[in-house]
Design a protein around this ligand. Structure first.
Ligand code: PGA
Length: 252
């Protein structure tokens, strides 16, 4: 069954104390909401994971890391493995975010290893894809995103593919205040689902959640989430503001 998901991506923000406070506030508001079928996830810095898992009701709020190592273990100073993340009680990991691809030269090859390790260790990958402005301007975004999918998640077995969530994030909309229109979002989400259907069949394509990311906020979430192929959001800036984040969850 396709899930509705609102996932926060805190990026490199909040120290430990601020992060715990933010998570507790989100927890209070989410746990006081009427029962909802929306899955709420908080993507926190590595240093916060274990503490935040203890600070929230994990039956209502899932916790995500924002990256993991491309190696299982060993002499890789400074790296955090998928197994380490899982051992904190976190259940998700954001992978392939455009900031990682761009600033840390994360290639499809590296991403493939990360995705496999995440799945092997029982983490749900939130796999990010999306085109830069120059590609959108030439109207070739579908081919660009299809290539990203083909180089990474299309190589998975159907069983492993079922374990992941996709986030479409046009790079030109991330942190810019410029959101894709509802039509643009629906169009490319439907396209992504068709690529998945071609590779894995209709049933699996219908089940996968495809989140929209890129300046999704308290004002535009409702309209974006109303689209048939938009199953929620990956929220950066607005996830750091409790009231906005809650309003986004209420966008469904
Ligand atoms: P934004 O970030 O909501 O601040 O645009 C989204 C993301 O990068 O995940």
């Amino acid at each position: 069954m396709r899930k509705k998901i609102v996932a926060g991506n805190w990026k490199c923000n909040t120290n430990l104390q601020e992060g715990i406070e933010l998570a507790k506030k989100v927890n209070t508001l989410v746990t006081s909401m009427a029962a909802t079928d929306v899955v709420v996830v908080l993507g926190t810095p590595f240093t916060h994971l274990a503490k935040i898992v203890e600070s929230v009701n994990t039956a209502r709020i899932g916790i995500a890391a924002q990256n993991c190592a491309a190696e299982a273990k060993g002499a890789f100073t400074g790296e955090i493995s998928a197994e380490m993340i899982k051992s904190t009680g976190a259940d998700y990991v954001i992978l392939g975010h455009s900031e990682r691809r761009e600033y840390y030269a994360e290639t499809s090859e590296v991403l493939n290893r990360k995705i496999s390790l995440a799945i092997e260790n029982g983490l749900t990958p939130i796999y990010c894809c999306g085109e830069p402005l120059r590609i959108r301007e030439t109207g070739t975004q579908n081919a660009f995103v299809k290539n990203q999918l083909e180089e990474t998640i299309c190589n998975l077995s159907p069983d492993d593919f079922r374990k992941l969530i996709i986030a479409y994030e046009p790079i030109w909309a991330i942190g810019t205040g410029k959101t894709a229109t509802s039509e643009q979002a629906q169009e490319i989400h439907a396209f992504i689902r068709s690529v998945i259907a071609e590779k894995f069949g209709n049933e699996i394509a219908e089940d996968v959640s495809i989140l929209y990311g890129g300046s999704c906020n308290a004002k535009n979430a409702k309209e974006l989430f109303a689209n048939k192929d938009v199953d929620g959001g990956l929220i950066g800036g607005a996830s750091l503001k409790v009231e906005d984040f809650i309003q986004i969850i209420n966008g469904f």
